[in-house]
Design a protein around this ligand. Structure first.
Ligand code: ADP
Ligand code: MG
Length: 282
């Protein structure tokens, strides 16, 4: 597994950055919308020798539902990190709605809601853990619960004695520590709560879920991502049926791009991976 040490920190930064902005420190709440374009993008992490992304050219149209698949270390998370403006491309350019990501960082981050692989576990009430993603939005408890029911993660609250007020946290004796799967549901709820974002990114959102919860997430994928450009990263290929289009990463490149049907017909890398996994997943 290629777990990246820097990501949890970057993610905290991502939300703290939003909070600072939304409480008016720089008064800017503009959000970009439109197509996502990568043009000749290559990227090498600082202090490493070989590029993590190589000559990426792709356009994701507004409203498209995309799956990004590929083996561990193939560059999937790096692709997202660059889209979110966490790093600048070493070469090439990335645009959202025709605007350069690098020079419009806060408007880009406003546009995006992410469920990260390593998501934050704040020591706070469940309510605050969910609503931290959009501090401008003022939702009543009823509205929060309605949202949780819609995306079928309301059990995380119903299981608690104090409901939304339940104090949770990873490192505390006072707070109730949740299971990995429960935390993952909170992170999904957090992303969904950020309803103003027009782009939803889910990076391996099922990693800590049991198979039942995973199946449920996929059944509710449509309501979770309704009306939003969606990028779902997974090394599982069973997700093919719920997306419009699949980008296949291998060794830092997009090696195939098309619908599940098209890629199966092509009978290349994706089809080989799919058939190999199908032996295990069906
Ligand atoms: P995936 O998400 O597909 O598993 P990543 O995008 O995380 O792949 O990683 C792509 C490559 O970049 C891997 O070789 C990985 O080791 C490397 N990498 C990822 N994050 C960092 C980092 N913060 N610093 C240095 N190298 C990294
Ligand atoms: Mg990854």
């Amino acid at each position: 597994m290629t777990t990246v040490k820097g990501i949890p920190y970057l993610q905290e930064f991502f939300y703290l950055d939003s909070i600072e902005r939304e409480t008016g420190h720089n008064g800017q709440t503009e959000a970009l919308d439109g197509n996502i374009e990568f043009e000749n993008v290559s990227f090498t992490y600082p202090n490493t020798d070989s590029p993590a992304l190589k000559d990426i050219n792709v356009t994701i149209r507004k409203g498209e539902k995309i799956a990004v698949v590929g083996e561990n270390g193939s560059g999937k998370s790096t692709f997202i990190n660059l889209l979110c403006g966490m790093y600048d491309p070493t070469e090439g350019s990335i645009r959202l709605g025709g605007k350069d990501v690098k020079s419009n960082l806060s408007a880009v981050r406003n546009a995006i809601s992410v469920v990260f692989q390593d998501f934050a576990r704040y020591e706070a009430s469940i309510r605050d853990n969910i609503t931290v993603s959009d501090t401008e939005r003022k939702a009543s408890d009823d509205e929060i619960m309605e949202l949780l029911r819609k995306i079928k993660v309301d059990d995380i609250v119903n299981e608690q004695k104090n409901g939304l007020d339940e104090l949770v946290g990873s490192f505390s004796e006072k707070a109730n520590n949740l299971s990995g799967g429960q935390w993952q549901k909170i992170s999904i709820a957090r992303a969904a709560y950020r309803s103003k974002a027009r782009i939803m990114i889910l990076d391996e959102p099922t990693a800590a879920l049991d198979p039942m919860a995973e199946a449920q997430l996929y059944r509710n994928f449509a309501s979770l991502t309704e009306g939003k450009t969606t990028i779902l990263i997974s090394h599982r290929l069973g997700i093919a049926s719920i997306v419009d289009r699949i980008l296949v990463f291998a060794d830092g490149r997009i090696v195939e791009d098309g619908s599940h049907k098209e890629l199966m017909r092509k009978n290349g890398y994706y089809a080989r991976m799919y058939n190999a996994q199908a032996q295990w997943y069906t």
